[in-house]
Design a protein around this ligand. Structure first.
Ligand code: GDP
Length: 481
């Protein structure tokens, strides 16, 4: 009898409990099928309502995809500038803007907004989007075609553009006219002002609902504030019964690395991480002017990982430690460090070479790339950045740098509550305590509005509902719990 013939074959669910659509060619995007072999099992089940809304979305996207009859008609509205208030398909155009971590957060936010408002999401390919991510929806493209009429204006849209919503409000353009514009630019970047922020009010939403084309530029994860808009509240509750799973599910649904990025992930994982008993990810993002390494940052990370028992203590005395029989089976810990600077991982590697650990664990330290500087226009640079976020998400435990969207993506994608390294003080001193464990998987919205749309006054938006509160790392930010 053949060995193992009657063993049950463990078939992991590639489609993540129905989150992913079936029927997409496997070879064109290996990560979609293989990621289940690397990630931990889903922490939560996606709600059946989320699954059915995603399938409906995919059908809508197919119906309204670029160069269909319906799309062409909607594009005509932009070209003619004439719009009488009825369009077959409405769209949300996402402009590629800012670093990769930021872009993943805003694309997920945009997709959720599109889902809530029955719009089709179209993605500006920017420099690298097509080389980083597979098409997420079956049989269609989410990329904006090169002949889209506004494509050359994307980089020039800003707060002062006459098509910007905030500008129109300030200049009373929409209130005074019965004619609706066929498209509106939404400026939701960190420097947006009070008028731009009206986007987060119910009344404005019911107006925007009539506009066939919304074009959005943002570098913020604005999902927490969508939960504060009464019209969306019920629907969001149905989609995400566990509030902290929004980016967790949306990132698993939307972001499948292309084969070349996936190769970077798999080769690195298999060569350096797979064999370890425990994998610890440490994401080091130093928001300083120079490149470092800085001693105060290193001290902060060592302090955090030792006091939180994430890494073993070292024995600095000259007395050797004789391990008893039970600890002879030594645990191996692989530490994956990501950083623009090579200096921090060198110090960790040196520390665990020059000194034994007190309890006998074997610690190996790896850092995939040392890019020194951010180069968001360079495809290989961004492929490595994505591969590293993904590798971090495969850790058992994770330490991230506060404020960094790169770290947010790694944590949420992995379903991990990280230990967050708090941002150092102005005078380059490590904060005390150096880090704290996050209590939610979600990213932080760094620049939320503080406005009560009904009372038309300033308000602390972290006090409205129990599941939207301030972030652990950014005291004025908002986050889902
Ligand atoms: P944030 O600035 O930390 O919020 O994250 P972003 O991803 O939006 O922008 C930082 C960019 O710098 C990344 O997209 C990468 O291009 C680069 N970068 C920063 N940290 C790392 C790192 O640890 N590894 C790599 N490969 N790139 C990094």
């Amino acid at each position: 009898e053949e060995y193992g013939r009657h063993q049950p074959v463990v078939q992991k669910d590639e489609l993540l409990d129905g989150l992913l659509p079936s029927g997409i060619d496997e070879k064109s995007c290996l990560s979609r099928h293989e990621s289940v072999l690397y990630h931990k099992e889903l922490r939560y089940k996606p709600s059946s309502y989320l699954i059915s809304r995603l399938r409906n979305y995919e059908a809508l996207h197919k119906q309204c995809e670029p160069h269909t009859e319906l799309y062409n008609r909607s594009v005509e509205l932009i070209k003619s500038g004439q719009y009488n208030g009825s369009a077959d398909c409405s769209y949300l155009v996402w402009i590629s803007y800012s670093g990769l971590g930021n872009r993943m957060l805003t694309l997920a936010s945009g997709f959720l907004y599109a889902l809530l408002t029955n719009r089709v999401l179209l993605v500006d390919p920017g420099f690298n989007m097509a080389g980083l991510f597979c098409e997420p929806f079956p049989g269609v493209s989410w990329l904006i075609p090169p002949d889209f009429p506004l494509i050359n204006q994307f980089s020039t849209f800003n707060q002062k553009s006459p098509h910007s919503y905030g500008y129109m409000v300030k200049n009373d353009i929409i209130g005074n006219s019965s004619i609706l514009p066929p498209f509106i630019y939404l400026h939701l970047a960190h420097d947006y002002d009070d008028q731009d922020k009206l986007f987060f009010c119910d009344q404005e939403q019911s107006f925007l609902q009539k506009i066939p084309w919304l074009v959005m530029k943002t570098d913020n994860y604005f999902v927490p504030s969508l939960f504060l808009i009464p019209t969306f509240e019920q629907e969001l509750g149905n989609l995400f019964p566990e509030k902290e799973t929004v980016f967790y599910f949306l990132s698993r649904y939307l972001f499948h690395p292309t084969n070349s990025v996936w190769g970077l992930v798999k080769r690195y994982y298999q060569a350096y991480l797979a064999q370890a008993d425990e994998k610890l990810g440490i994401q080091i993002r130093v928001l300083e002017t120079g490149t470092g390494p800085y001693k105060y940052v290193l001290d902060q990370i060592i302090n955090c990982t030792m006091t939180e028992n994430l890494l073993p203590q070292i024995n600095q005395s000259s007395e050797p430690i004789i391990l008893n029989q039970s600890t002879k089976q030594r645990k191996t810990i692989a530490v994956l460090i990501t950083s623009l600077s090579p200096g921090y991982s060198e110090e960790f590697r040196k520390m665990y070479w020059e000194n034994p650990t007190v309890t006998g664990e074997i610690v190996s330290v790896y850092q995939p790339s040392q890019e020194e500087h951010q180069h968001s226009e360079n495809l290989l640079h961004e492929r490595k950045a994505l591969a590293e976020m993904y590798l971090l998400s495969l850790s058992d435990k994770l330490v991230t740098s506060g404020w960094s969207t790169f770290g947010y993506v790694a944590q949420s994608l992995g379903g991990l509550k990280p230990w967050i390294l708090y941002k150092p003080d102005q005078n380059r001193t490590a904060p005390n305590p150096p880090c704290g464990k996050a209590t939610s998987l979600e990213p932080c919205f760094h620049a939320p509005p503080y406005y009560d749309c009904k009372k038309k006054t300033a308000t602390d938006t972290s006090k409205i509902v129990p599941h939207v509160r301030h972030c652990e790392d950014v005291s004025w930010g908002l986050k889902l719990f």
